[in-house]
Design a protein around this ligand. Structure first.
Ligand SMILES: C[S@@+](CC[C@H](N)C(=O)[O-])C[C@H]1O[C@@H](n2cnc3c(N)ncnc32)[C@H](O)[C@@H]1O
Length: 294
């Protein structure tokens, strides 16, 4: 027995809806596009075609996987970020649209200061899939990046994304705890024009209350910011000046309710000035931007 594609999508939509999926029709379509290795225009033109039993079964296996709550991105292995299709595995956080605000701000700074800056040296701490670093290497011509992460698996995902977009020559990936790998070994002491990071920032006791798709599938190491969610910010704010050039920028993604805490941390440190909060597309506080004073 075979099924018409349109009916398959409808059946899959109902199955996903029943599982609690918030975007059942979209997900059913994306899984079909992924399974068929085709695009949306092809699908619309072939909604009336039929699929044999074997292919129907293979498609519904993917739908069932999604119905367990596994994020679509970990099934298809892709997430779009800054107009680039990133490879993702369950070893990395799925890049979020909120983080694009950080990348856009860096590009803005680079464009506004291109005459004085020359080649921009950027440190991307906690690089994960490489969403931030690879996008910057892709969009900025004169840039050199060092990207660090504590997860070997995340670094290999990031390196693959850099290779896929032919920017490997612009990024050095280093394994280690925040700034630690910069203090020793081959990389020595370096001063960057800019340090950027989207570190783990969820409060430990809030983690279990997040959606199942996050708590059961995304790496805890990418999310847990400690008791008050600020563990990583404390360390970054304390150590960044030693790795920044004079007047170098520090840009941090934050949770929507962390702007005040971050501003207090930065002000109390005393070595930073020009603190600015940048909002995301939803109008929520999302990025803290500041500069090393001297
Ligand atoms: C919120 S994710 C951000 C990933 C990526 N930058 C993005 O925006 O999609 C945080 C990342 O920090 C990494 N990480 C956790 N603890 C770390 C540490 N002590 N030093 C360096 N990286 C760490 C995790 O492995 C994870 O990839």
């Amino acid at each position: 027995m075979s099924l018409i594609i349109k009916d398959m999508v409808n059946m899959a939509t109902k199955r996903l809806e029943a599982s609690g999926c918030l975007t059942p029709k979209l997900d059913a379509e994306i899984l079909l596009l992924y399974y068929m290795g085709t695009d949306r225009s092809f699908l619309f033109a072939h909604f009336g075609d039929s699929m044999d039993d074997k292919r129907c079964e293979a498609y519904f296996e993917l739908v069932d996987e999604r119905a367990t709550g596994k994020p679509l991105q970990y099934i298809t292995g892709r997430q779009e970020f800054m107009g680039i299709s990133f490879f993702v595995s369950d070893s990395v956080l799925i890049p979020r649209q909120d983080t694009e605000a950080l990348v856009e701000e860096v590009i803005k700074i680079a464009n506004e200061n291109h005459k004085t800056l020359g080649t921009l040296n950027i440190l991307d701490l906690c690089c994960g899939s490489g969403a931030i670093g690879v996008s910057l290497a892709y969009y900025l011509t004169k840039v050199k990046l060092v990207a660090t992460d504590i997860s070997t698996k995340a670094l290999s995902v990031a390196a693959k994304n850099a290779a896929d977009y032919r920017v490997s020559g612009k990024i050095k990936f280093i394994l280690g705890d925040l700034f630690a790998p910069l203090k020793t070994g081959a990389f020595g002491k370096r001063h960057f024009d800019m340090i950027v990071s989207n570190p783990p920032y969820i409060k430990s006791d809030v983690l279990p209350t997040l959606q199942r798709e996050i708590t059961e599938y995304e790496p805890l190491i990418a999310l847990d910011g400690g008791k008050d969610g600020l563990d990583f910010y404390r360390k970054i704010v304390a150590e960044a000046p030693a790795h920044l050039k004079k007047h170098g920028w520090l840009l941090l993604e934050i949770g929507y309710d962390q702007a005040q805490d971050l501003c207090e941390l930065i002000t109390a440190d005393g070595r930073y000035g020009d603190v600015e909060i940048i909002k995301d597309l939803a109008g929520l506080d999302r990025i803290v931007k500041t500069r090393r004073k001297k």
